[in-house]
Write a protein that binds this ligand. Sequence first.
Ligand SMILES: [Fe+2]
Length: 364
Amino acid sequence: MDTSNQITTPTVLLIDDERMNRLIVGDYLRDSGYAVLEAESSSEGLRIFDNARPDIVITDLRMPGGDGNQVVTRLQNVAPDTPVIIISGTASLEEALCTLREGASDFITKPVREMDRIKHAIEAAMKKAHLNRENRLVKTALEDAIQQHTHDLRDLNAKLKNALESTVNALGVIVAQKDPYTAGHNDRVARIAMALGHAMALPQNRIETLRVAGNLHDIGKISVPEEILNKPGRLTPEEYEQVKIHPETGFDILKDIPFHGPVAEIVLQHHERYDGTGYPRGLKGNETLLETRILSVADIYEALTSDRPYRRGLPHEQVVAHIVREAGKQLCPLCVCAFVAANKSGVLSAIANSERAGQFPERP
Ligand SMILES: [Fe+2]
């Protein structure tokens, strides 16, 4: 239907079983500039409505073979923006209120002494319907815009996540080139730490933090001279002191990267020990993050089960026994419990045995 035509010549469907009423009201509406369709029952009216889709419906309330309420109810379902005005000479006030509650736009009492009352009711109802349509269009447009923005934000988030992941990988590659031992070690420590996180039923975001921190915990070794990192055998005390700086260097490298978890802090703390014998700050017990204490267990398990040029990796069961003995000493008892639980599933030895580097010297 042409919108401009809808505004200039609205079509009114008039439903009334009394021919005289249709004649009087119909003539008045035509004289007022409306196109008028007529029906003598609610069923005929609804049929005409379906075919012609008039702009507004005026209906009697009580008619043989179905009343005006049926018209209101049906139009509420199929065309809620089409106003329905009730004209009745028999309804009580309560019935009138009921029809309004059902969705009728207005209620006019017959006989209509002032015909302009009908015109005003039509104008008010159509204005309200027009506003409803406008509101719905605005609401739909807003919902579409919000949906699009949400999609864009998700897209942007995914790109940022990818960029962060690429940064993590690039940093890992740099340190692995300098210290080949760390490549496989970091990956296995990350996976073991995640297994412990799962055993502790940590939420996914904290397990993801364990993955990233596990992969980057030795990133600070980038500042340690290669001849020290690749030196076969034991380090001198002076060399060892240089290596011990790597947690702080790692923190400086990572502290401004917007990870979702406290990755830089975990890296700074990863050589702290539960009994306070670690470095750089000698933190004790719960002074370190839970993720740090998990990472410590994973780091020690991976290191002790790895082969070294001057020794074979220790047997899995022997390392497990060592870790259990260290609960409450170097290692957090809660994390050791998680370690024992994860060990029962066999996942730890499977990770520890995967893709061993094996030929590189042990480092702090
Ligand atoms: Fe380290």
